[in-house]
Design a protein around this ligand. Structure first.
Ligand code: SF4
Length: 354
């Protein structure tokens, strides 16, 4: 029996081709698409004048696959809600709804676990399990959109910064961004969709070569090869020089800036000398630096930089003409750092990984 088509992973063009191959009109495919992606509903029988034959084909030959919630928690400040969503094979991934200054952002995972092994990251400490499909990535953003429906708020921003390295799962990730930006669906602006990488050089170059319109964030954490490699093992594969070459190529090709992410860890990379090293590295780049005090994890002994250290770090960057933002640690009480909720659930329910 042929596999059922995962509806949420089909582009509008592919869905229209499928519906047409079944002998139904493009207008019917358009209605199905809008019901799923604009109204975020899958009760196709409620769509006006959809042929019964098409309803039967959809029921028998496709899956919608909203992801069930295995665990949900809200932060005390009410700004952050974290979902642990269940995949078909029993694995679980994290999706986070964040509210900042009236904007709603969904932080979405692209892999179960992660192969990159960043030492301070709960997902990295879990190891790699598998890539998510396009449908599973899209389903996370639609889950947040559905959760917002009763409040009248609209999802406007998606950051691919949850569990996993998006550029290690390039094809599924980029296909998902196209679906979420489709103007007949959720209609997110590509510039409000941010792909975050820890420095997968071939992926950065490919984003530029393909002129993908999404925004790009590159996690540095260290401004010398040695400092970065101590925190980000993948730096041994793609050196800091190679990452910066790729970033320059990206900025020149795309004519846009890059967000650089810097996790501030007390006594590790939050000193003035670290800030000067970062300033020297980026002073000729089109860059915006996001400074993020560490979300502590059980598997890493480091602690977050103080507000004072963060402000001093930022003041040094000003000397180099670098704009920056100190990002607030939201949802620390619900383990809202990447991978923390999934890791804590794994520890609770499964054997720890060796
Ligand atoms: S920080 Fe990102 S790239 Fe690094 S291990 Fe965690 S999920 Fe993977």
């Amino acid at each position: 029996m042929p596999a059922r088509a995962p509806l949420l992973g089909l582009s509008r063009t592919t869905l229209m081709a499928l519906v047409s191959s079944w002998g139904f009109k493009p207008v019917h495919a358009q209605r199905v698409w809008r019901h799923l992606h604009a109204h975020v509903r899958d009760d196709f029988e409620s769509i006006d004048s959809l042929p019964a034959g098409l309803l039967g084909r959809l029921a028998g030959e496709t899956t919608t696959a909203w992801l069930p919630v295995a665990h949900e928690s809200a932060s005390r400040d009410g700004f952050t809600r974290k979902y642990l969503l269940q995949l078909d094979d029993g694995r679980q991934v994290e999706t986070v709804l964040m509210r900042y200054a009236g904007r709603v952002t969904a932080c979405v995972s692209t892999q179960a676990g992660c192969a990159m092994g960043c030492v301070f990251c709960a997902t990295g400490q879990m190891g790699f399990e598998r890539h998510l499909t396009t449908a599973e990535i899209v389903a996370q953003a639609l889950h947040v959109a559905r959760a917002l429906a009763p409040t009248g708020e609209r999802l406007r921003n998606v950051v691919l910064m949850g569990m996993g390295e998006p550029l290690h799962n390039y094809d599924a990730t980029i296909a998902a961004t196209h679906i979420l930006c489709d103007t007949a669906g959720l209609a997110l602006s590509p510039s409000r969709m941010t792909v975050s990488t820890v420095g997968v050089v071939p992926g950065i170059v490919r984003l530029a070569d393909e002129r993908q319109p999404v925004s790009l964030a590159v996690s540095l954490h260290g401004a010398t090869q040695a400092a970065r490699a101590a925190m980000v093992p993948v730096a041994k594969t793609w050196s800091l020089d190679a990452v910066m070459d790729a970033c320059r190529y990206y900025c020149d090709t795309m004519d846009r800036h890059i967000f650089y992410e810097w996790t501030l860890i007390a006594g590790v990379n939050d000193g003035p000398e670290d800030a000067h090293a970062l300033g020297r590295l980026l002073e000729t780049q089109r860059a915006h630096v996001n400074l993020i005090p560490l979300n502590p994890t059980e598997g890493y002994a480091g602690s977050p930089a103080s507000q004072h250290a963060a402000r001093a770090f930022q003041a040094v960057l000003v000397e180099y003409g670098l704009p920056s933002t100190i990002r607030q640690r939201r949802g620390i009480d619900i383990a809202a750092g990447c991978g923390q909720l999934a890791a804590s659930q794994t520890e609770r329910h499964d054997q720890p990984k060796g």
